[in-house]
Design a protein around this ligand. Structure first.
Ligand code: PTJ
Length: 262
C-alpha cells in the first residue's frame, strides 16, 4: 500500500504495514495484529516519543546486558518483523544469542521466523524445531519450550512484546528479565526486573547506541549504574508522565469548549 509522503501519520502507518506484511507471510499471528493495536493506543498517549524515565530504564538495561554472562534476546513474530535487523545488530555487539520463543507455536512458524532473522544477518537462531527441547517449569503455554543452549541457561533475557506468564516464570528461575512493553500496567511490565515502556521500534536503536556508549566502562562502573535502579519507582514515573499528558489534553479540551461557547 502506498502511503503519501506528507501523511501526518506516515511513520505509524509504515510500521503497521510491516506488521500486516508479516501476517501475510505467516510470521505474525492474527493475535499479533491485535497486540500491535493495543501498543499503538498506549504509544499515542506516550506521544510516540521515548521520555526521560524510559531512557533511564534503557541505560540500566544496557549496563545489565553488558555485564551478563549469557544474555539472550527472545524474539516472537511481531518483534522479528518490526526490528529483525536491529535485533541482529544488538546481538552482534553484545555477543548475545537470539532465540525464537512463541506463544502461538503453530507448525513451521518458528522456521519462517528463523529464516527471516537469517535474512536480516543472524548467524544462528536458537529455539527452532528440536532445539526447543527444554521447558520452563510451571509454565503451561507454548512459551515454555526453550533452548537448553539459550533461554534455559541465560542469566539475562531481553523480552520484547511479551505476555506476563513467562516473565514471571523466568524471574522465578532467578533470571534478570528486561521487558519492552508499551503498556505499563501489563503483567509483563509489573513482573519484569527492568521494564522499558516504549515502542520496540524506538527502543532497540536507542539500546544499541547506549550499549556502544557504555561499552568502554569498567564492570564496576556498569554495576554502579544498575545498583540504585528501582523498577517500581521508574514505572511510577512513567505512569505519572502518561497521566500528565492526559491531564494536559483534558485541560486543552475544556479550554477549547470554553472558546467555542463564547
Ligand atoms: O508471536 P507470538 O506467537 O509469540 O505472539 C506474540 C503476541 C504479541 C501476539 C503475544 O505475545 C501476545 O498475545 O501478547 P499480548 O499479551 O497481547 O501482549 C503484547 C504487549 O505488547 C501489549 O501489552 C502491547 O501493549 C505491547 N506492544 C504491542 N506492540 C508493541 C508493544 N510494546 C512495545 N512495542 C510495540 N511495538
Amino acid at each position: 500500500m502506498s502511503i503519501p509522503t506528507n501523511h501526518p501519520r506516515r511513520q505509524s502507518l509504515l510500521i503497521r504495514e510491516k506488521i500486516v506484511e508479516g501476517f501475510r507471510n505467516g510470521i505474525v499471528v492474527a493475535q499479533g495484529l491485535i497486540a500491535h493495536g493495543r501498543g499503538e493506543a498506549f504509544d499515542y498517549i506516550l506521544g510516540e516519543v521515548t521520555p526521560p524515565p524510559v531512557r533511564e530504564a534503557i541505560t540500566v538495561a544496557a549496563a545489565v546486558l553488558l555485564t551478563a554472562k549469557q544474555p539472550v534476546i527472545s524474539v516472537n513474530g511481531n518483534t522479528a518483523v518490526l526490528v529483525g535487523k536491529e535485533v541482529v545488530k544488538l546481538s552482534n555487539i553484545l555477543g548475545a544469542k537470539i532465540e525464537v520463543n512463541l506463544f502461538h507455536r503453530v507448525p513451521g512458524r518458528e522456521i519462517k521466523i528463523r529464516d527471516y532473522l537469517i535474512k536480516c544477518g543472524a548467524d544462528s537462531v536458537l529455539g527452532v524445531g528440536d532445539d526447543a527441547s527444554a521447558t520452563i517449569p510451571e509454565l503451561m503455554s507454548e512459551r515454555r519450550r526453550v533452548s537448553p543452549h539459550g533461554i534455559l541457561i541465560a542469566d539475562v533475557v531481553l523480552v520484547p512484546l511479551e505476555d506476563g506468564d513467562r516473565t514471571e516464570a523466568l524471574t522465578k528461575m532467578g533470571k534478570t528479565v528486561i521487558a519492552i512493553d508499551l503498556n505499563p500496567f501489563s503483567r509483563t511490565s509489573q513482573k519484569a526486573t527492568i521494564t522499558i515502556v516504549d515502542n520496540v521500534v524506538r527502543t532497540i536503536p536507542i539500546l544499541i547506541d547506549t550499549v556502544l556508549e557504555l561499552k568502554c566502562k569498567t564492570r564496576r562502573e556498569l554495576e554502579n549504574i544498575v545498583k540504585s535502579y528501582n523498577n517500581k519507582e521508574v514505572l511510577g514515573k512513567i505512569i505519572e508522565y502518561l497521566y500528565s499528558r492526559l491531564r494536559e489534553a483534558s485541560r486543552l479540551k475544556l479550554f477549547l469548549e470554553k472558546c467555542s461557547n463564547k
